[in-house]
Design a protein around this ligand. Structure first.
Ligand code: ASP
Ligand code: MG
Length: 471
């Protein structure tokens, strides 16, 4: 049994939705899947703008935007649902949601305050609307589809905006509500991202939370696989905007995916797929616009890894721009203990997260995200020693599980980069990543060189999809 999650761009227009329905119909022939949907692309952002406008008593703006949400779904209904009776009853349902939304706008406007609780309710309409249209369109096409309000199943704590599930309750609900439907051969269509407190208040997992929903449901159902359908051919060897020859990776381990996500690549966030990791359920990242492409499997299953000729030294190259190097030097560090505690307290106090570090006896270099806070930090550190900032730099990370066992990789990396001014280097912490820092203007040259070094030879063959063409 598969859990199939479709992101906003995979269901944002009538033709995208049609494409997604065809994909579901294909899987359904084998066994009924559980389908988890995001809101149509752009709708959650709009709902957030509505919430903010209502909270600041900009009533006209909020109502205008609510009208746009209505129009978007009306158009979907009109294109996808041909049967007049079905169309009318679905439109009635859409209108029901929109009037609830408008009532909420008015309520928040009267109270004059947007609470975290009402914010979550605003956000929940996107998924409720997208799944309603999708399910009706599936039924019209003759499929045995059942719409499910996931708030009956996913019961969460009351941390609105960042809710977390109450596992035991949820597992029981999955067993009692979802399993029987699937066993009857019904394709279940439900919402990602949202849940409910025990006393029935709508909550959300936070932005991008639908992937987390899919992973949770997959784990509770012991699904055979979790499919994350999006608009790229899986995880890429690097950003195709930097290297047009970037390819999609056939298979990677959970730790490689996690490392890449932390290092700035556009991959599923590791916390998101943690439930799948725990149950060792493979996660497929697939392109709904190109369903024939193989996409990427993220798994720790050794059979699956071997079967797909898992290999290659380097799996991917991640880039994080908008960084700043802080170079600090003080003779007071020499032979002293405890100095670094004072040094890092400055970062803790200003709430700035340190990313890459390299130290010697009398100096420390590190990277942080460039922001106005950098100047505050520089002032405070200035009292302890000499500080120098390098703005507009980027970290480049070369990631692969096999780096752990291989000799000479750093040598290859840095000799291939002989024409690039490398500002800082870090290796060791995770063993599966070698990271360095360059000026932002050097990123294309550095990444193209590395990509050529590691992805054009024999060692890279067999683990990649054919080249992808991006517009
Ligand atoms: N619709 C929500 C968002 O845009 C959840 C998701 O798409 O995963 O953040
Ligand atoms: Mg999304």
């Amino acid at each position: 049994m598969a859990v199939m999650k479709f992101g906003g761009t995979s269901i944002g227009t009538a033709s995208a939705m049609q494409q997604a329905m065809d994909i579901v119909a294909g899987v359904q022939k084998q066994s009924a899947p559980l389908v988890v949907l995001s809101a149509c692309s752009g709708i959650t952002n709009k709902l957030i703008r509505i919430a903010e406008a209502a909270g600041e008593s900009r009533l006209d703006e909020a109502m205008g935007l609510a009208g746009e949400v209505r129009e978007h779904h009306r158009e979907l209904v009109e294109t996808l649902i041909r049967n007049t009776a079905r169309r009318a009853s679905l439109m009635e349902r859409i209108e029901g949601y929109i009037s609830e939304l408008e009532m909420l706008v008015k309520g928040v406007d009267i109270v004059g305050e947007l609470t975290a609780r009402s914010f979550d309710t605003f956000c929940s309409f996107g998924e409720l609307l997208s799944t309603s249209v999708f399910c009706e369109a599936m039924r019209q096409a003759g499929h045995d589809a059942e719409w499910l309000d996931i708030r009956e199943v996913i019961i969460t704590d009351d941390n609105f905006g960042t809710a977390r599930p109450l596992d035991e309750l949820c597992e029981r609900n999955v067993r009692e509500v979802i399993k029987p439907l699937l066993e009857q051969g019904k394709t279940v269509i439900t919402q990602g991202f949202i849940g409910s407190t025990k006393d029935g208040k709508t909550t959300t997992f936070g932005r991008g939370g639908s992937d987390f929903t899919a992973a949770l449901l997959g784990a509770w159902l012991s699904a055979g696989q979790i499919q994350i359908w999006t608009d790229v051919d899986g995880v890429m060897t690097c950003d195709p905007r930097i290297v047009p020859e970037a390819r999609s990776i056939r298979v990677m381990t959970f730790s490689e995916a996690a490392e890449l996500a932390y290092l700035g690549a556009k991959v599923l966030h590791p916390d998101t797929i943690a439930p799948a990791v725990r149950e060792n359920i493979p996660v497929y990242v697939l392109n709904s616009q190109r369903p024939e492409a193989k996409g990427t499997v993220i798994t720790n299953d050794s059979e699956l890894l071997e079967g797909m000729s898992y290999g290659g030294l380097v799996k991917s190259i991640a880039v994080k721009k908008g960084q700043c190097i802080v170079n600090f030097r003080s003779n007071r560090m020499l032979g002293r203990h405890g100095f670094l505690v004072d040094f890092f307290t400055v970062f803790a106090r200003t709430g700035v997260s340190v990313e890459m570090i390299s130290t010697s006896e009398v100096s420390v270099s590190l990277t942080i995200s460039d922001s106005p806070q950098v100047e505050v930090i520089a002032r405070e550190l200035g009292r302890m020693g000499e500080v120098e900032l390098e703005h507009r730099v980027a970290t480049v990370s070369v990631v692969g599980d096999n780096l752990r066992m291989s000799k000479g990789v750093s040598g290859r990396i840095f000799s291939s980069l002989k024409d690039v001014n490398v500002r800082m280097i870090s290796q060791g912490a995770s063993e599966i990543n070698v990271g360095f820092v360059v000026e932002e203007t050097d990123v294309p040259r550095a990444v193209q060189t590395l990509h050529h070094e590691f992805f054009s030879g024999e060692e890279a063959c067999g683990i990649f999809e054919k080249p992808v063409c991006k517009e």
